[in-house]
Design a protein around this ligand. Structure first.
Ligand SMILES: Cc1cc2nc3c(=O)[nH]c(=O)nc-3n(C[C@H](O)[C@H](O)[C@H](O)COP(=O)(O)OP(=O)(O)OC[C@H]3O[C@@H](n4cnc5c(N)ncnc54)[C@H](O)[C@@H]3O)c2cc1C
Length: 433
């Protein structure tokens, strides 16, 4: 079969791997001039490792990703350091990377609240029945079972930070998935995620997959038998097509999709993200914290400060200290239209709060990355609103971050859904012949 994949993120690359291994002719169309999608990175000439544009790491529970890396024979290139995640409360930092550590958080109060928090945490870690939680908002469920104080001090700030105006609408299964999949050790690939994506793409090329970079697809149209992909003013025929872009882009690429399916795609909600990456001369968090969670109410101009070089040594980056300042925002938020200098002016006063010695001189370089599609928002009964991977158009498939539910988006789940879509495409072939 002749198969087109739209997008060379981890979902598209993983699907290509299985389809090619099964002997199909695979072409990947990628709009950018690099592979890796949202997990891609950049590198300064003095750095040995790539830095992800948006902070990225794996959890030890990321079975699909770690399984794929093992199949590729690259498991010796995976590192799992143990960095420190902390949450701000009344001007002080508290450990926040496991239920046990979170039990020490003073915002919980004492006595009954701690017991309720412990039981709720344990229940969520042990239960597999996420379907029962899909019907409730995290806002109501957490207040009911963990108690108002625990919710307000611990979970509400996280929901507000990640989902902004939708925070009261996010369902409890999302929260379950978040707690279920986390680990205290966090993983990365030698050279960064971009190095992995490049190695994977090279392997695919060796196997005969054609990867066309800078090849944005304009539309996908139905033909008498098969589908045509229109890119660069040219039309090319394929037996099957897998799209791995955002749902709204999928709707634009394939206006021939039946109304119901289009409505489903366009009804999905998501948040965008704006992330500033700074290369500094000195370490910002002298305590060595990696991930600093900042409740919106604390008044910081971003949600998270992530000091990458408290996860990986600065020597990998020519001695530079790499810091991310990022936020999840609705598209249309002023940060999307501010230039790098304006954003820096907004962020600079906050850096002093992490380290009073911080000075503008410390900044060697800044880069700002923005994306409209960063975080799907799962509303109540989301399980009933997920678009099917196999679309109503014969031979057309769709696999995106919005469909990995109940799991939260992540490269692990991009690999999982990409490989699932590949299986469905091959099952389709069996039915046809
Ligand atoms: C701020 C942030 C932090 C994150 N943190 C983590 C983390 O710590 N760990 C983790 O595992 N994951 C993390 N993720 C999520 C992870 O990046 C995604 O889940 C994953 O990369 C999605 O892969 P994908 O292949 O589904 O989509 P994408 O990576 O979005 O790939 C889609 C590809 O399609 C291409 N494309 C778009 N339109 C067209 C077109 N018209 N024609 C051709 N090509 C097109 C795009 O350029 C892109 O390369 C994070 C994401 C964000 C935004």
């Amino acid at each position: 079969m002749k198969i087109a994949i739209i997008g060379a993120g981890f979902g598209g690359l993983a699907a290509a791997y299985d389809l090619r291994n099964a002997g199909h002719e695979v072409t990947i169309f990628e709009a950018a001039d690099y592979v890796g999608g949202l997990a891609s990175g950049f590198k300064e000439p003095t750095w040995d490792w790539w830095v992800e544009k948006f902070y990225h790491h794996w959890f030890q529970s990321d079975k699909s990703m770690l399984g794929l890396i093992k199949e590729l024979g690259w498991e010796d290139k995976v590192y799992f350091p143990r960095p420190y995640t902390v949450l701000l409360y009344k001007g002080k930092w508290y450990p926040f990377d496991s239920i046990l550590k979170a039990l020490l958080f003073p915002g919980l109060g004492y006595g009954l609240n701690k017991i309720r928090f412990g039981f709720v945490g344990l229940y969520l870690r042990l239960t597999n029945n996420w379907q029962a939680l899909d019907k409730y908002t995290a806002h109501e469920w957490m207040q009911k079972y963990a108690g108002r104080q625990v919710y307000e001090k611990m979970w509400e700030p996280l929901l507000i930070g990640k989902f902004g105006p939708y925070y009261k609408d996010v369902n409890m299964a999302w929260m379950w998935a978040r707690l279920k999949a986390r680990s205290t050790r966090l993983g990365t690939f030698e050279g960064g995620f971009q190095n992995f994506a490049n190695m994977f793409a090279n392997k695919l090329r060796e196997q005969g997959v054609v990867i066309r970079l800078g090849a944005g697809v304009k539309s996908i149209e139905r033909e008498q038998a098969g589908l045509s992909v229109i890119s660069d003013g040219k039309s090319e025929s394929f037996d099957q097509v897998l799209v791995t872009t955002s749902p709204s882009l999928m709707a634009r690429l394939c206006p021939d999709l039946p109304k119901e399916y289009l409505k489903g795609l366009l009804g999905l909600k998501s948040m965008g993200a704006v992330v500033m990456v700074l290369a500094l001369k000195h370490r910002l968090s002298e305590q060595g914290y990696y991930w600093l969670i900042l409740p919106k109410e604390a008044g910081y101009p971003f949600l998270a400060l992530v000091e990458h070089t408290n996860f990986l040594p600065p020597e990998k980056f020519g001695g530079d200290h790499i810091v991310y300042a990022g936020d999840y925002l609705e598209v249309g938020h002023e940060y999307f239209s501010m230039n790098d200098g304006q954003l820096l002016e907004r962020f600079i006063p906050a850096f002093k709060k992490f380290n009073p010695a911080f000075d503008r001189d410390w900044i060697k370089k800044i880069r700002v990355f923005k994306t409209n599609y960063a975080q799907p928002v799962p509303l109540v009964n989301h399980s009933k609103n997920i678009p099917a991977i196999q679309t109503p158009i014969d031979g057309l498939y769709f696999a995106s971050m919005s469909q990995v539910y109940p799991w939260d988006r992540g490269t692990n789940f991009a690999v999982e859904i990409g490989r699932k879509a590949a299986k469905m495409i091959m099952g389709h072939e069996n039915r046809r012949h």
